[in-house]
Design a protein around this ligand. Structure first.
Ligand SMILES: C[S@@+](CC[C@H](N)C(=O)[O-])C[C@H]1O[C@@H](n2cnc3c(N)ncnc32)[C@H](O)[C@@H]1O
Length: 201
């Protein structure tokens, strides 16, 4: 998976490659889909949600340029796989999932695999995690119609956020906070499940 799908598509950050090699992706996928766990596409998980394609997890992780000291927020825990990849690199990862059953399942799995520095909570990620903010990096893994302002507010100066934005057609945006302004860069077209909750009101 790493050689052909990740290095083969020009992901070169050593921490990201190491993390992608280390996390047992098959354990984050239900038994029914396990034989395809390392294939080059997303897979269904419970509650009509998805675990992202390995390449998308890798590029999102590379774009936020984290190291062990980075405080990272993920919105959309899903299976917990992206959180585990982040947890291989950073010593403080916070992840929010709006569907309580998924949050509980991911927290349990991450715990059983000793990802002790990954903290999962059930809730609406639109509001971020103000008690823990500010963050060096934020990864949003559900598509938002617009960039949630509370997440921008919770990003540190020079902080980086990756987020799929758009309805129907979505693009992956890299957002960098500089002097309280944001710089937006469009990376690639993507297809994520939609963000739900307050953003739709
Ligand atoms: C593409 S899946 C996430 C994949 C996940 N990162 C993984 O590695 O398995 C998107 C997830 O975002 C969650 N989600 C949608 N809207 C949300 C919100 N407002 N706050 C938190 N989670 C949300 C969905 O329930 C779903 O589990």
């Amino acid at each position: 998976m790493v050689e052909t799908q990740i290095i083969g598509r020009n992901i070169s950050d050593k921490n990201v490659l190491e993390a992608m090699r280390s996390v047992p992706r098959h354990l984050f996928v239900s038994k029914k889909y396990r034989s395809g766990a390392y294939a080059d596409h997303p897979l269904p998980i419970e509650q009509n949600q998805t675990i992202s394609q390995p390449y998308i997890v890798a590029i999102m992780t590379e774009l936020i340029q984290i190291d062990s000291s980075s405080k990272v927020l993920e919105i959309g825990t899903g299976s917990g796989y992206q959180a585990a990849v982040l947890g291989e690199i950073s010593d403080s990862v916070y992840s929010i999932e709006i569907i309580p059953e998924l949050a509980d399942r991911a927290a349990e799995l991450l715990d059983s695999l000793n990802y002790n520095t990954v903290h999962v909570k059930a809730g609406d990620g639109y509001k971020g995690w103000p008690e823990i903010a500010p963050f060096d990096a934020i990864v949003v893994t559900a598509a938002a119609p617009e960039i949630p302002q509370p997440l921008v507010d919770q990003l540190k100066e020079d902080g980086r956020m990756v987020i799929p934005v758009g309805e129907g057609y979505q693009e992956l945006l890299l957002i960098i906070k500089k002097n309280d302004e944001i710089i937006k860069k469009s990376i690639i077209p993507v297809r994520f499940v939609p963000m739900t909750g307050e953003i739709l009101k």
